[in-house]
Design a protein around this ligand. Structure first.
Ligand SMILES: NC(=O)C1=CN([C@@H]2O[C@H](COP(=O)(O)OP(=O)(O)OC[C@H]3O[C@@H](n4cnc5c(N)ncnc54)[C@H](O)[C@@H]3O)[C@@H](O)[C@H]2O)C=CC1
Ligand SMILES: C[C@H](O)[C@@H]1OC(=O)[C@H](O)[C@@H]1O
Length: 260
């Protein structure tokens, strides 16, 4: 198994790509701490999503805890790491994945939408990476951090002017942290998913025209699934990628390169 007895933190691990990362890590032998937030409105059936993931990990014979908290708050990161160490004794891998993408036009974007998107997507990645790296440094035997960036770090979106810069920022954060944390044998990489069908874009892809537009643009002929991304995160977290740091891997079915 690629992550036998490793301890993995996944932010935004209750649904979508983060849930798939948590399950893929558990399948490879890891114990998992799952952070999540913002699921207390009725449409998300509070805690049921994360409780389901906890059950699924338990069924795989691995241990899991859930830690609720908004990653845009620095205290969430320190609490998440402290609770993980309380439960499992250490942290080997961080999957910094939590993110939001409230689609909005540029010219009338309310400052609050911009500020919240930056705070969650970039601020959250910064604080949790910092907290996990300090724990890994104290342990003294390295670690792996894999951030969920996006194809949107490389290309624009007219309804994503607040979002795409955060994903470029996450990619850049991993590059700089690869340098800052290399001396502690902590590897830092990112994945860049293309269009993966999750709650994040369910509204956007609810139009059959938009969905089939994407499918036509993707050389592999289908939207991504969360596990397409999760398996790449496992690879980057594992010893198979022991000499990989500061890298970014597109996981997009070829969408990015498809000019014509
Ligand atoms: N779905 C897609 O096509 C793509 C998604 N991504 C990125 O993948 C990551 C996960 O996205 P999805 O799984 O699609 O989204 P999702 O909406 O299915 O799940 C989001 C997760 O993040 C958590 N979350 C939201 N706000 C939070 C906060 N303030 N603090 C802590 N947790 C929070 C939620 O509890 C949930 O677990 C995001 O960073 C997103 O930008 C990147 C490229 C493509
Ligand atoms: C939410 C979008 O559909 C999704 O997220 C991203 O990062 C890319 O822009 C995808 O298309």
């Amino acid at each position: 198994m690629l992550l036998e007895n490793k301890v993995v933190i996944v932010t935004g691990g209750s649904r979508g790509i983060g849930r798939a990362i948590a399950l893929a890590c558990a399948r490879e032998g890891a114990h998992v701490a799952i952070n999540y937030w913002g699921e207390n409105d009725a449409s998300y059936h509070k805690r049921s999503a994360v409780e389901t993931v906890l059950d699924e990990i338990g069924a795989l014979g691995r241990r899991a805890i859930a830690v609720e908290g908004d990653v845009s708050q620095p205290a969430t990161a320190t609490e998440l790491v402290a609770k993980t160490v309380d439960a499992f004794g250490r942290v080997d891998v961080l999957a910094s994945n939590a993110g939001i993408c409230p689609f909005h036009a540029f010219l009338d974007m309310p400052p609050k939408v911009f500020e919240t998107t930056v705070a969650v997507n970039l601020g959250g990645a910064f604080y949790v990476t910092q907290a996990a790296a300090n724990q890994m440094k104290a342990q003294g035997d390295g670690g792996a951090i894999v951030a969920t960036s996006s194809i949107s770090a490389l290309v624009g979106g007219g309804m994503q002017t607040h979002y795409t810069p955060t994903k470029a920022g996450v990619h850049s954060l991993m590059q700089s942290c690869a340098i800052a944390l290399g001396p502690y044998k902590i590897r830092c990489n990112s994945v860049m998913p293309g269009t993966i069908a999750t709650d994040l874009n369910a509204d956007d892809l609810s139009s059959p025209e938009k969905k089939s537009y994407f499918e036509r643009r993707i050389p592999l002929g289908r939207l991504g699934r969360p596990d397409d991304v999760a398996d790449v995160v496992v690879f980057l977290a594992s010893d198979l990628a022991r000499y990989v740091t500061g890298a970014a891997l597109l996981v997009d079915g070829g969408l990015f390169v498809n000019l014509q």
